[in-house]
Design a protein around this ligand. Structure first.
Ligand SMILES: NC(=O)c1ccc[n+]([C@@H]2O[C@H](COP(=O)([O-])OP(=O)(O)OC[C@H]3O[C@@H](n4cnc5c(N)ncnc54)[C@H](OP(=O)(O)O)[C@@H]3O)[C@@H](O)[C@H]2O)c1
Length: 288
């Protein structure tokens, strides 16, 4: 059985930037005994006045708590704080609460578990003012045991969602969602740029773009089912037809400020599938 000490009535918050401050206020309101540490000490004054204990070092703040939340800018900051923990972390849980990559999550987990502690990685899908409201979701992955143990404390911050027992699951989920947004938004920007360049009214065009985005949303369940079953029906167009359109799009986007969006790689993938005799399949086959 993994050792996780007592209820997390004592929580350390390392990093009191925008997210860290919101987290501290919420934990204090939830009756937790909170110790704070921040690189720039003056940024903890307001929190200490609100009832938090000041930690003189990362080591001191973490030692005083069973749960430590690293609400820091990035993995470099996380690394710099973790290296100050030259001590055993048996019974303690460290949560990396920052936007990072899969390999960063794995490295942080390795460091913490190497010291005998439990590691949870977190992806924050909330702005500071949303922390503690039902509008906030925070994704967690890593030690399920530690997550379950500290769930009531984590529930003070958001609707917690445990997404996997690998340390990187939350980071992958978080970044993949960012990817959905960037791909859709940049696709829209490329389209608006192309039509404006051609002298077409962008406002009028935008209504049809709206309908087009609706087709993507409407097809999500079917796409997931195709991936899960590894069957790729052609749907409205097969790969041979898609290749023609993708090549036309590459030409339309040539020389434009946002480039071709990686479509030459997509075309090469479709060509390879067609050469393999799979031209009659649908677009989901490209990731099959
Ligand atoms: N704000 C949002 O809306 C939002 C939404 C989703 C996710 N996130 C993610 O949440 C994380 C925190 O965001 P935030 O908005 O709270 O950022 P922030 O306001 O810029 O705060 C960053 C914190 O990291 C500390 N820090 C930076 N470099 C450090 C280092 N080398 N060593 C020690 N401490 C260091 C800062 O300390 P100092 O005070 O000394 O500079 C500060 O406490 C980020 O990964 C961000 O991407 C933020």
């Amino acid at each position: 059985m993994i050792e996780v000490k007592g209820p997390a009535s004592r929580v350390a918050v390392i990093g009191t930037g925008a997210i860290g401050r919101a987290v501290v206020h919420r934990l204090l309101a939830g009756g937790r005994d909170v110790t704070v540490w921040n690189r720039t000490e003056s940024r903890t004054t307001e929190l200490v006045a609100a009832g938090a204990r000041p930690g003189r070092s990362v080591r001191e703040a973490v030692s005083s708590s069973t749960l430590a939340l690293l609400t820091l800018k990035d993995y470099t900051a996380v690394q710099q704080c973790l290296t100050q923990l030259d001590m055993g972390l048996s019974g303690q849980t460290i949560v990396g609460m920052y936007t990072g990559t899969a390999s960063e999550a794995r490295q942080a987990a390795q460091w913490v578990t190497g010291l005998g502690g439990q590691y949870i990685d977190a992806g924050i899908q909330a702005s500071p003012e949303m922390i503690g409201t039902t509008a906030a979701t925070i994704l967690y992955s890593g030690s399920r045991h530690a997550f379950e143990h500290h769930k009531t404390t984590l529930e003070l911050l958001s609707k917690p969602r445990f997404v996997g027992q690998t340390p990187e699951a939350a980071a992958v989920w978080d970044l993949a969602l960012f990817g959905v947004w960037y791909d859709a938004q940049l696709g829209l920007l490329r389209a608006l740029d192309a039509v404006r360049e051609a002298g077409i009214d962008v406002a009028e065009f935008s209504h049809t773009a709206n309908t087009q985005l609706g087709h993507v949303v409407a097809a999500i369940a079917a796409t997931v089912s195709e991936m899960q079953q590894a069957t790729y029906p052609s749907g409205p167009a097969d790969l041979t037809e898609h290749l023609t359109v993708v090549r036309h799009l590459i030409e339309l986007r040539t020389g434009r400020p946002l480039g071709d969006g990686g479509l030459p790689e997509v075309a090469a993938r479709i060509e390879a599938l067609i050469a393999d005799g799979r031209g009659g399949e649908g677009l989901t086959a490209t990731v099959g």
